[in-house]
Design a protein around this ligand. Structure first.
Ligand SMILES: Nc1ncnc2c1ncn2[C@@H]1O[C@H](COP(=O)(O)OP(=O)(O)O)[C@@H](O)[C@H]1O
Ligand SMILES: [Mg+2]
Length: 309
């Protein structure tokens, strides 16, 4: 765990396992502990770190248990558990919760701003019409207004439904759903060029949704952050993997400058890819654009057991 060999450690002070800045404090804690040695966790409630031979610190949990050796001297048995893995898992879990919440917030915002407001306006206009509060020449205008409001509500509902679950994905498959996604992302100042090849239903349902969501987030990122007028989406099968690439030649970004708590979209892309056994690489440099590359293994049918004869 610490990168030392047994022989290198024997006879050394235990402080070689403690981060440099804490070594003096650790010595003091040890002498206090020696006066009243009991079995207990070390640094209860604190985030403890230990340090490896190569100087890299890692999170640990330590329990202390006093004992006596043959000559009656105090020895303390320390059990050290490496928490790196559970810390990573915790971070992934909290990124996932954040991502779900931020998606919900966006959808709720859209339903509120577009659908609720539109329906309220419709209600007011209809009430005025019913009470004949309106001059006949204004009534026709008002009915047209109601129609426009309802159209907008319908569009917003369509978008919200698509955000919740891309229906075309289940009905017509991933290639088709990606094409629609690319077309819909385009608007006055932005276009998505696409080269989408049939992959022959190579992916599981779970992997299809993962690829769709990753491409969706990457395209949204190009549109919102890159400043580029086009994004390029490629999707094809390459032997035992399916590949997707989303590239732009916009402003790019440097990963040093990213706040990990706010880069929920990128974290979520990684997590989705990991869950389906995929590999995601994001390459970007300031002023040089960004490329997101995804590789997902195709789902093979379980091979028939071969006859040993
Ligand atoms: N294609 C891109 N071009 C430029 N910057 C990008 C691109 N993709 C991501 N970024 C940068 O990375 C940040 C994190 O992206 P993301 O995790 O999706 O979070 P969000 O989109 O909510 O800001 C963005 O805020 C942006 O600064
Ligand atoms: Mg994003």
């Amino acid at each position: 765990m610490f990168g030392w060999l047994r022989d290198e450690m024997v006879g050394q002070s235990v402080e070689i396992l403690v981060p440099q800045a804490l070594r003096n404090a650790h010595r003091r804690h040890r002498s206090v502990y020696a006066k009243d040695p009991v079995s207990r966790p070390m640094g209860l409630g604190m985030e403890l770190e230990a340090v490896r031979k190569d100087g890299v610190a890692f999170p640990v949990e330590i329990s202390l248990g006093p004992s006596r050796d043959r000559s009656g001297d105090l020895v303390v048995v320390c059990v050290v558990r490496d928490l790196t893995q559970s810390q990573v898992l915790r971070r992934v879990a909290s990124a996932r919760v954040l991502a779900i919440e931020s998606e919900r917030k966006r959808i709720a915002g859209e339903l509120h701003d577009e659908v609720k407001q539109g329906l309220t306006a419709t209600q007011l206009h209809l009430a005025a019409l019913v009470q004949m509060d309106v001059a006949p020449k204004d009534a026709a205008e008002m009915v047209l207004g109601v129609q426009r409001d309802l159209d907008r509500c319908q569009d917003a509902l369509d978008r919200a439904i698509r955000d919740l679950m891309p229906i075309e994905l289940e009905r017509w498959g991933l290639g088709f759903a990606l094409s629609i996604l690319c077309r819909r992302a385009g608007d006055d100042g932005f276009a998505v060029e696409r080269d989408i090849r049939p992959t022959g239903g190579a992916l599981s349902a779970e992997a299809r949704l993962a690829v769709f969501r990753i491409v969706q987030e990457a395209v949204n990122n190009v549109k919102r952050h890159s400043g580029a007028a086009t994004a390029t989406v490629r999707y094809w099968r390459d032997g035992r993997v399916v590949r997707a690439e989303i590239t732009d030649s916009g402003g790019g970004f440097s990963s040093d400058g990213l706040d990990p708590h706010r880069s929920v979209g990128l974290a979520n892309m990684r997590e989705r890819s990991r869950i389906v056994g995929g590999r995601l690489t994001v390459a970007s440099a300031l002023g040089e654009g960004t490329s997101v590359r995804l590789e997902v293994p195709v789902a093979f049918p379980v091979p028939q057991q071969e006859d040993p004869e």
